[in-house]
Design a protein around this ligand. Structure first.
Ligand code: 1AE
Length: 410
């Protein structure tokens, strides 16, 4: 529907007339009131009026209390809001988010609205090009034990992670500006370790340093980090807001990939009755705002998101969207090598396998942790069962990982 952004909601109510509810949303969030308007005014306001597109009610006979709901689609005229995510989100789910059991499931933005969003600067293909890796899933390692450690320690941790053959290393999202490992010094120390490791592994590596601080200083901090050698950034998008990511990703001086961390997402997506769906929050909106890589809880590990929602996030990052580049899906949390076949089965090769504890907690040490993952990825791509691959000479890291964490079959 040209010139309109369409929101899909799921509204739960045991008794409501969903037709009336839909109309009250369409009118209430646009022109305010309609029936009371004089005819002359109606002619002027028509172009601003929201439209009910569909109401799909689910009210099975004998439904228990709490089960009755309707999926409602409302079209909002682009005319009503400026082309930025705060304006869109406040229009479609500002006050409404507090009005009973209602969840925002999806947003289909218009071509006109989308044209204000360049999206990911690098995207999935751009990240692959930077790393020179086209034919396999990427492997990311997460710094652990960072608070209270000094630069020498972080540099050592970085080097060990890099030696394991990982493609990306990300800061822990809880590492902020601090006197022991300040941003620019941290970047210099870690990038020097990256160069040293590359001499041994021959492998390129991206270091996503955590971009933190007050919003007014973020762009400056990003530029400082890049000046110091950072070749990627990590960003806690939801703590700042999508518009902040949009500003950063649209800034020509910030010419490195941005990895979006999902911190705080658990306060927004998991309820069936409230909030914003995972696919919209961590998929479509992250991509529109310009995230090159998006982390989210996987269906397999320690912080679990149901598989259907997980694959919907992946689809939102990868399906055609107004010509925007695709973003790399990064299912995360509690990932170990025994999960690699499942990850590849569900996500294919265009995925970043991401682990913190599953690398640093390896019985043979951090470098072996990375190697175990690379061996698991290689075995899975070659259709060799992990237990069989673990017996191959040189694959002792994989064997030790499987002994420690096992293999998850489904
Ligand atoms: C969903 C975010 C995952 C994350 O940031 C993180 O630190 C995971 O660590 P591990 O792999 O669970 O140790």
């Amino acid at each position: 529907m040209n010139g309109y952004c369409i929101a899909t909601y799921r509204a739960y109510d045991d008794k409501a007339d969903f037709g009336k509810k839909a109309l009250s949303i369409a009118v209430g969030l646009t022109v305010g009131s309609w029936t009371e308007l004089p005819e002359t005014q109606k002619a002027n306001m028509e172009k601003h009026l929201g439209k009910v597109i569909s109401i799909d009610a689910h009210e099975p006979a004998g439904a228990a209390p709490g089960e009755r709901y309707a999926d409602i689609k409302i079209a909002y005229p682009d005319l009503n809001f400026s082309r930025d995510l705060p304006a869109l989100l406040v229009t479609v789910f500002g006050k409404l988010s507090m009005d009973g059991r209602i969840k925002l499931l999806d947003l289909e933005v218009s071509e006109h609205f989308a044209s204000a969003f360049p999206g990911p600067k690098f995207g999935l293909n751009g990240v692959r090009e930077l790393l020179g890796v086209q034919d396999r899933p990427l492997l990311m390692s997460i710094f652990k034990s960072v608070i209270g450690y000094d630069l020498a320690n972080l540099q050592d941790q970085f080097y060990k992670q890099a030696l394991g053959g990982v493609d990306l290393i990300k800061d822990d999202e809880i590492l902020f500006e601090n006197p022991l490992t300040p941003l620019e010094k941290r970047v210099e120390a870690c990038m020097s370790a990256a160069r040293k490791a590359e001499e041994e592994t021959g492998q390129k590596l991206l270091y996503a340093v955590n971009l933190t601080g007050p919003t007014s200083r973020l762009a400056e901090n990003a530029r400082k980090a890049i000046q110091a050698g950072a070749n990627a950034l990590l960003f806690n998008v939801l703590a700042y807001g999508f518009d902040v990511l949009h500003e950063l990703s649209s800034d020509p001086a910030i010419n490195v990939p941005i990895a979006a961390h999902p911190a705080m997402a658990g306060a927004i997506y998991p309820s069936p009755h409230y909030g914003i769906s995972a696919s919209l929050l961590l998929g479509k909106l992250m991509r529109l705002a310009g995230a090159d890589l998006v982390l989210f809880p996987s269906p397999y590990g320690s912080v679990v998101m149901p598989k259907e929602e997980n694959l919907a996030v992946k689809d939102a990052l990868m399906s055609p969207l107004h010509g925007l580049r695709t973003s790399f899906p990064v299912p995360s949390a509690g990932i170990h090598p025994g999960l690699v076949p499942l990850i590849l089965k569900d996500f294919g090769t265009d995925v970043v396998v991401n682990a913190g504890g599953g690398i640093h907690g390896h019985p043979m040490g951090t470098a072996a942790g990375g190697q175990a993952f690379r061996q698991a990825i290689h075995a899975s791509l070659s259709n060799v069962p992990l237990r069989e691959a673990a017996e191959h000479p040189g694959n002792e890291p994989l064997k030790a990982a499987i002994d420690a964490w096992g293999i998850k079959e489904s």
